[in-house]
Write a protein that binds this ligand. Structure first.
Ligand code: MTE
Length: 317
């Protein structure tokens, strides 16, 4: 991830205010009028357009618990990575330009029959549940959020992959007219991520369509994104338009930029530093706390078995 130099004139308020609270306030002030401010509070145009809006809040699945409080939306919703809309964490006003209805997702590659499905039809087919998940960014910050969505395994079953499929490739929308970041030619757009089919079948792999009991606000990756909480956050690709079942390991966006720092596996491990910083601890958004980072972000019991026999791979980069 890029590290932007601090501007000297930002210092006094940044020193007085936690960064994410500061950024949230700035996003509110900078947003063009009530429309965008409204979406900050979860009442924006994108949310109003979701046909399945009445499915939120969805029943919580109590099997997924946290070791820390849920991060306030004022913090997590104002400190986002969404390079399509810029490299700062204050992507919220720019991301609001993304029109998330109508929105279709193409399921293709090595499947019985490729198809396209509207995101609301997908939600109706899959059903929704809420899960409390930790999220650990490779930049050593973290949050804990109530995602709403459905298990990725259900989508895999719907797609009915052929026996040759070994990986799933996730692709984000591509629209330079809406996403200023996509006009930066040195990034390998569109944003692509990948999982093995075994990883996709793990209970924790979750397709997310909502957060905090409502449809996803744009900056979180509306209308549909991935959450794989045992991996660094960049694996959880946002605003997906295509999900392909493939035989070869997909080349990911971050590998295309800097493979030595951001690999395919990217499992969280406090003992394996990023080449430029330690991964031993993490700053918890919305607090002044740093807490120790846990192997597989605390989900080792559920996922460590996925990597038996793969010890020679760069599992933690
Ligand atoms: N997906 C897309 N399409 N573009 C991005 O820039 N950033 C990733 C991931 N998914 C990113 C993306 C990174 S680095 C992180 S940490 C998470 O989204 C951030 O998710 P959040 O904004 O909901 O916290």
């Amino acid at each position: 991830m890029l590290i932007k130099p601090r501007r000297a004139w930002d210092m006094p308020e940044r020193l007085a205010t936690p960064e994410d609270v500061f950024l949230y306030r700035r996003a509110l002030l900078g947003a063009a009028g009530g429309l965008i401010a409204g979406s900050l509070l979860g009442r924006g145009p994108a949310l109003a357009a979701a046909e399945t809006g009445s499915a939120y809040p969805a029943p919580r699945n109590g099997a997924y618990t946290l070791d820390r409080p849920v991060t306030p939306e004022a913090s997590s919703g104002a400190y986002n990575n969404f390079y399509e809309f810029g490299t700062s964490k204050t992507v919220l006003p720019a991301a609001d330009a993304l029109k998330t209805r109508p929105w279709t997702v193409r399921i293709d590659g090595l499947v019985e029959k490729p198809f396209e499905i509207g995101v609301d039809d997908l939600v109706r087919k899959m059903g929704l549940e809420e899960r409390l998940y930790r999220h650990r960014c490779v930049e050593a910050w973290s949050m804990a959020v109530p995602w709403t969505g459905f298990p990725l395994a259900k989508l895999v079953a719907l797609a009915n992959p052929a026996s040759g499929a070994r990986y799933i490739r996730f692709e984000t929308f591509l629209d330079k007219a809406v996403a200023p970041g996509q006009r930066q030619f040195f990034y390998p757009w569109p944003y692509v991520e990948g999982l093995t089919l075994e990883e996709a079948g793990n209970d924790l792999a979750f397709m997310v369509t909502g957060v905090y009991g409502k449809p996803l606000p744009n900056q979180f990756g509306a209308p549909i994104r991935l959450a794989v909480p045992w991996k660094y956050g960049f694996k959880s690709a946002k605003s997906l338009t295509r999900i392909s079942f493939v035989a070869e390991r997909p080349k990911t966006f971050w590998e295309g930029l800097q493979a030595s720092e951001y690999g395919f596996w990217a499992n969280v491990n406090p003992a394996v530093p990023h080449p430029r910083w330690s991964q031993a601890s993490e700053r918890v958004l919305g607090t002044d706390n740093r807490v120790p980072t846990l192997i597989y972000n605390g989900y080792g019991e559920q996922v460590a078995g996925l990597y038996k026999g793969l010890e020679k791979e760069r599992l933690f980069v």
